[in-house]
Design a binder for this molecule. Structure first.
Ligand code: TRP
Length: 340
């Protein structure tokens, strides 16, 4: 059976961008067609300045939200990265396989490090080596496919390079994975800055809808979304990115995210609107309705922490069973003396 691995980093509240760009596909497609593992990648949240209590809280919340969104603990493996030691064990071997030049070329590293230095801060070494830990996450499970947003494509490419190099040097050990990227329309942009992705940690948060935002907060964020000046409603990604984002968001909420469910795409939707006001009202209601069952289910699960703990405990056990033999094989292959 095909193996799928993906993860979310608990550095902020999960957003509509995370849901439409990745999580919805994990729920609706991936967990049904493969042996799928999904990880709350908490170690990755330590690569920038962090508050321990906040990381702990966000990790639990992310796991609860993934269940609320429809990941089924009977079907897939949901676990917390730091509960499975194999990730860090393997990461070190991959540090001995990748080069420092490869790490320094990573776009995300360059951007985040530059931002940190511009603020006069220091850059944690783990921010540089983070893609190697991500490669370990993936390779420890013999992963075939990695469903991620396109901002992670470069890291998956690096993972492939490292896997191929390791196999060539030490004998076949790792499956070489590939990224499966979402349909273009599933890329939700920031409502205040449509040139950047709607992310967990971007700006003030006014441009990002969090999955747990109250309906009135969702409405306010959508109604204040930047549009592009001109009065007419047309779909033009280049010239009218703010408007295009709203149209794509509406299409995605209605299911037309490129998966071809027969719902209207963004061009067709544009033709149906005379004014921004009407469009924004419909987008706001569509998002509120999309999130309503998720919020309700989250509230139920959050009231039963014992259940979530149980899911994560069994998830970590299953993950360990899968990763341990792969990582042990890698240890022997590079020449480490087996402990007896
Ligand atoms: N780095 C990913 C992100 O920032 C999260 C992640 C961690 C991940 N490990 C992974 C994604 C392994 C896919 C596979 O979104």
């Amino acid at each position: 059976m095909k193996r799928i691995f993906s993860g979310v980093k608990p550095t902020g509240h999960l957003t509509l961008g995370n849901y439409l760009g990745a999580v919805r596909r994990w729920v609706e497609v991936d967990q049904h067609r493969a042996d799928a593992l999904f990880s709350v990648a908490d170690l990755h949240a330590l690569t920038v300045e962090h508050d321990p209590a906040r990381v702990r809280r966000l990790s639990r919340q992310a796991a609860t939200l993934l269940l609320a969104a429809g990941l089924d603990a009977e079907r897939c493996t949901l676990f917390v990265q730091s509960h499975v030691d194999e990730h860090t064990r393997l990461s070190y071997l991959l540090e001995c396989t990748a080069t420092d030049g490869e790490m320094r070329r990573m776009i995300q590293y360059r951007e985040k490090a530059a931002r940190e230095r511009a603020r006069g801060g220091s850059v944690r070494l783990s921010l540089l080596t983070y893609p190697v830990l991500m490669a370990a996450d993936i390779l420890a499970y013999g992963t075939d496919e990695v469903p991620v947003g396109d901002d992670q494509a470069q890291h998956v490419e690096l993972t492939r390079d490292v896997a191929v190099r390791f196999n060539r040097r030490y004998g076949h050990t790792f499956t070489v994975p590939r990224a499966t990227l979402p349909a273009v329309a599933a890329r939700v942009m920031d409502l205040q800055d449509p040139s950047s992705k709607m992310g967990k940690s971007h700006g003030s948060g006014a441009g990002a809808v969090c999955l747990l935002d109250e309906p009135d907060v969702v409405r306010r964020k959508v109604m204040r979304a930047v549009t592009d000046g001109a009065p007419d409603v047309v779909y033009d990604r280049e010239a009218r990115p703010g408007l295009a984002n709203l149209l794509e968001l509406l299409a995605a909420c209605q299911g037309a995210d490129g998966s071809g469910e027969g719902a209207a795409g963004p061009e067709a939707l544009a033709a149906a609107y005379r004014s921004y006001g009407d469009l924004k009202r419909d987008v706001a209601e569509a998002v509120v309705e999309l999130l309503r069952p998720l919020r309700a289910r989250h509230a139920e699960l959050a009231a039963d922490p014992g259940y979530v703990d149980g899911v994560l405990r069994r998830g970590a056990e299953r993950a360990r069973e899968r990763a341990r033999p792969v990582v042990d094989r890698a240890y022997r292959a590079v020449g480490l003396l087996p402990a007896v």
